[in-house]
Every structure is written in structure tokens, then in C-alpha cells.
Design a protein around this ligand. Structure first.
Ligand code: HEC
Ligand code: HEC
Length: 239
């Protein structure tokens, strides 16, 4: 495929996702609810009913924990967080590990709660806490090479995979597209594997293909480890 055709395709997909997100939110019953950040904070720190306190797994500052395979939630994107909670509650996203708890947790939150907790998570300072690649390697895992991961993030893989930053941005995010820099290593590897083997299938379908499933299918184990090594240790890319 020509580079220009390839870039045009990425652009087309990005536009479709953005439009789709707007459509989802225009008809979304929670769109007009005002967020109560204080309620979001209480849920995050203390839980609510069957929803166990989020901080127990996602960390006090919502920066995620490799030991729990739990993702960073702070500043990943408010709309994206709401979408994931809706998908978990509907059973559209399921996980076999510690994340299996997420389905019941999301169900225990009502629409307003989901909006509140997502709004709270968006107010965190954009703090950094890189994954400790050395200790992950010492635990027996083979960790990737951040330098190679950077190339895939910024340039993609020729004729095969678009640059991740085309959609995910350098440090920010389009509505509904999560920030992935400073995400945790173990979580990133798990997600890319799950998209690749189809066990995570709640990504938007554009032209009959799940966006992230299509991309992950083209990645090797080594690519995935390299991308995770880069993203989980890169300092904020904000200018
Ligand atoms: C028992 C541990 C645990 C608790 C408690 C917990 N989570 Fe999670 N959560 C996880 C794990 C592990 C994952 C990753 C699942 C996966 O790999 O698919 C996750 C995933 C998520 C995601 C998806 C993030 C993304 O980037 O796609 C969201 C959103 C989330 N949790 C929100 C919450 C909220 C809000 C609460 C509190 C009401 C909470 N979680 C409580 C363990 C937990
Ligand atoms: C065409 C746009 C597009 C491109 C290019 C793209 N992504 Fe994504 N990505 C998305 C969207 C949209 C989602 C959210 C799917 C959902 O709502 O569940 C996503 C989700 C993800 C997630 C899950 C994040 C989380 O918090 O759970 C990871 C990890 C990810 N992408 C990594 C990558 C990597 C690595 C690349 C490059 C190899 C890449 N993406 C390229 C659109 C894209």
C-alpha cells in the first residue's frame, strides 16, 4: 500500500471513530447529567455497595499497578472511561484475570456514578510513575526495548501498521480514544494480546473490522513488548 493511501485510511478511520463517538454521546442518556466530582471521589476511595474501592487495585493516585495488572485511570480520557464502564456493565468487555472483578463493579454503579467517577479521574494532576522494567525483567518476564517501541508509536510499521500516535495523540486523546502513554506495562501487554486474540472485542468497528483488533493482529510478541516498554516509561510527551 502507498504511504499516502495508508495515511488516508488512518485519517478515514479516525474521522469515523470521532463521528461515531459523537453519535454515541449525542444519544447518550448520561450526556446531560452534570458530574458530581465529590461523589466520584468517594466511590474511588471508599467504593459503593458491591463496587469495591477503585484505589485498592488502581492505586491511590489512579496511576495503575503492574502487580495487579491494573491500568492507570488518571487522565486517560473521561469519555473513554465512561464507555469502558458501560461495556463492562453490559458484559461486552470481560477479562480473565484480576479485571474479572470489573463487570460486577461496573454493574454496581449507576449512570450518574460512572460519569462522576470518570470526571473525578480527569481532574488528577498529570503525574508520572513509570513501570519498573528492571524489576519486571527480574521477575522472569522478557521486557521489550523502548527504542523500538518509540518507532512504532511515532512512525508505525511500514505498509503494515499506522503510527499509534495518529489516533492516540502524543500525550492527549481524541474523545473516546484513550491516552496510552504512561499506561502500565503489564496492562498494555495484556490489552494488545487480548485485541490480537480477539478476547477483547469492544473496540469500535469501522468498515467491518475492529480498529484495535485489526491493528494488533499485525503485531508480533516482540512488537507488543517494545511498545509497552516505551509507553510505560515515556515521560509526558506534552510540549
Ligand atoms: C479487584 C481489583 C479492581 C478493583 C477494585 C477495581 N478495578 Fe478497575 N480494573 C482492574 C483490572 C485488573 C483492570 C484491567 C482489566 C483488563 O486487563 O482488561 C481494570 C480495568 C478498569 C477499567 C478499564 C481501563 C482502560 O484503560 O480501559 C476501568 C475504567 C476501571 N477498571 C475502572 C474502575 C473503577 C471506576 C473502579 C471502582 C469503582 C474499579 N475499576 C475497581 C481491577 C480493579
Ligand atoms: C485508527 C485509530 C487508532 C490507531 C491507529 C491505533 N489505535 Fe489504539 N485504540 C483506538 C481506539 C478507538 C481505542 C479504544 C477502543 C475502545 O473504546 O474500547 C484504542 C484502544 C487502545 C488500547 C487500549 C487502552 C486501554 O486503556 O485499555 C491500547 C493499549 C491501544 N489502543 C494501543 C495502540 C497501539 C500500540 C497502536 C499502534 C500500534 C494503536 N493503538 C493504534 C484507536 C486507534
Amino acid at each position: 500500500m502507498h504511504k499516502s493511501t495508508f495515511m488516508f485510511l488512518s485519517w478515514l478511520i479516525l474521522s469515523a471513530v470521532t463521528l461515531q463517538s459523537q453519535a454515541v454521546f449525542a444519544g447518550d442518556p448520561v450526556a446531560n447529567l452534570r458530574a458530581d466530582v465529590a461523589n466520584g471521589q468517594t466511590i474511588y476511595n471508599e467504593g459503593k455497595g458491591d463496587a469495591t474501592a477503585c484505589q485498592g487495585c488502581h492505586g491511590e493516585k489512579a496511576l495503575g499497578m503492574d502487580a495487579m495488572a491494573a491500568p492507570r485511570l488518571a487522565n486517560v480520557g473521561q469519555r473513554y472511561v465512561i464507555k469502558q464502564l458501560i461495556d463492562y456493565a453490559a458484559g461486552k468487555r470481560t477479562d480473565a484475570g484480576a479485571g474479572a472483578a470489573m463487570n460486577d463493579i461496573a454493574k454496581a454503579l449507576n449512570e450518574q456514578d460512572r460519569r462522576d467517577v470518570a470526571a473525578y479521574l480527569d481532574l488528577f494532576e498529570n503525574e508520572m510513575e513509570s513501570s519498573d522494567l528492571k524489576s519486571l525483567a527480574a521477575d522472569g518476564g522478557k521486557v521489550g526495548n523502548p527504542k523500538n517501541g518509540k518507532i512504532i508509536m511515532t512512525k508505525g510499521i511500514k505498509h503494515l501498521v499506522p503510527a499509534c500516535q495518529d489516533c492516540h495523540g502524543l500525550s492527549g486523546h481524541a474523545p473516546n480514544i484513550p491516552a496510552i502513554h504512561q499506561q502500565k506495562y503489564v496492562y498494555l501487554v495484556n490489552q494488545l494480546n487480548s485485541y490480537r486474540n480477539g478476547s477483547r472485542a469492544n473496540d469500535q468497528i469501522v468498515y467491518k473490522v475492529g480498529i484495535m483488533r485489526g491493528i494488533a493482529k499485525k503485531l508480533t510478541d516482540e512488537n507488543i513488548a517494545d511498545i509497552a516498554a516505551y509507553l510505560s516509561t515515556v515521560p509526558s510527551l506534552k510540549p
